[in-house]
Design a protein around this ligand. Structure first.
Ligand SMILES: [Zn+2]
Length: 371
């Protein structure tokens, strides 16, 4: 980092402590080539479990990569991801993301701990979202990767074959949809890709990594008789407008992997999800300036070397689980910055970082989210 840039990032950090949001136009330099961690946000919906935050039960969801996350390490600590996307555009998001969705942070990644059935729900596509909700609304395409699954854990995806649209409509209206849906047993390592219009629900015993378009549009079809409060309303008419009995969802079972493999689990125009398996080998990765990379460790512990060469004296540091303050990670002088990531910790690599490396410290699996 240049001296002037270093000073600037210190000024920005101090400014952010006082709640002064500085934007790119305030200093007009490229984004710092430093990966950063994000402070997860939690949701305590009724169906949650005890795996995400044992001290607060139920905890249903951890939102680990999304526009509203606060940065918890590095020069932008304390700022919100959506603001950085706005300020730095291509430097953070990459050319492909900018071409598709502009400066809007395009994906939402959650971990869901399901102790009970979630409501049956359905999402619109982009076109339906615009029609039903208005300009500026987006649909939701999503994919699930099963992290843990208790024996016989099930989920619901889609409608049984040969059910006419009118029958589907009647059963949604009369609350008898459960007879018509397709339920499926899944195992850890399985990946499911869900098109908009697919009626779906996650069941008890599942721990799920979910990647989806940034969108809040969920139409609840059936909620297992739970009270229909303001927060858990059914949206029958909108659900009817977007439910599609013709979509089918296939399950991709865990691919065979060897040390150093990077394999695609799901890919569409909105996101790409890959699995990385490393036992001993260091893996070279590159954003190519096309997309940010969101790395989440799901097994083991890794070291990531990325960003600019470090000036000054040698420093070492570690990633704190669920860091919420401006904790930094440091490498040695003359080397690139290194970051240690433990299970369920996430590091966001801005597109401007380019080439970087992952080295396993133990046998590790990592999920990589990009567009
Ligand atoms: Zn969904």
């Amino acid at each position: 980092m240049l001296f002037a840039e270093a000073i600037l990032s210190i000024v920005m950090e101090i400014a952010s402590l006082f709640g002064l949001a500085m934007t790119r136009s305030d200093y007009n330099t490229p984004m710092n080539k430093t990966p950063f961690s994000l402070a997860p946000e939690y949701r305590d919906y009724v169906w949650g479990g005890a795996r995400l935050r044992p001290e607060i039960v139920p905890t249903a969801e951890a939102w680990i990569i999304y526009a509203g996350n606060r940065i918890s390490s590095g020069p932008y600590a304390g700022r919100v991801l959506a603001e950085l996307a706005e300020d730095f555009g291509t430097d953070l998001l990459g050319t492909r993301a900018i071409a598709r969705t502009g400066n809007r942070f395009p994906v939402l990644v959650k971990i869901l701990d399901c102790a009970q059935w979630l409501s049956l729900q359905v999402h619109p596509n982009d076109e339906q979202a615009k029609k039903l909700e208005g300009e500026g609304f987006f649909g939701k395409t999503e994919a699930w990767h099963v992290l843990e699954s208790e024996p016989n854990a099930k989920l619901i995806v889609g409608i049984k074959p040969n059910i006419a649209a009118e029958t589907l409509t009647d059963s949604i209206r009369s609350g008898t949809i459960l007879d018509k849906v397709e339920s499926l047993e899944v195992k850890a390592g399985d990946t499911l890709f869900l098109s908009p219009g697919t009626i779906h629900a996650l069941g008890p015993g599942l721990l799920i990594y979910e990647i989806q378009q940034t969108s809040d549009l969920t139409y609840r079809v059936y909620d297992w008789g739970r009270p229909e409060t303001g927060k858990r309303k059914l949206h029958i008419e909108k659900a009817l407008a977007v439910s599609n009995s013709n979509v089918t969802t296939s399950v991709l079972h865990a691919p065979q992997v060897n040390d150093g493999d990077v394999k695609t689990l799901a890919q569409c125009e909105y996101f790409k999800l890959e699995t990385i398996f490393a036992e001993k080998k260091t893996i070279d990765l590159d954003t190519l300036g096309e997309s940010f990379h969101g790395l989440t460790v799901i097994e083991g512990q890794i070291q990531v070397s990325a960003g600019a060469t470090l000036p000054g004296t040698a420093r070492q540091g570690k990633c704190a689980p669920h860091a919420t303050s401006s904790r930094r990670f440091f490498g040695s002088a003359g080397e690139r910055e290194t970051f240690i990531l433990n299970k369920f910790e996430t590091l966001l690599i801005p597109a401007i970082c380019g080439a970087y490396q992952i080295s396993p410290l133990t046998k590790s699996r990592v999920l990589k989210a990009s567009v």
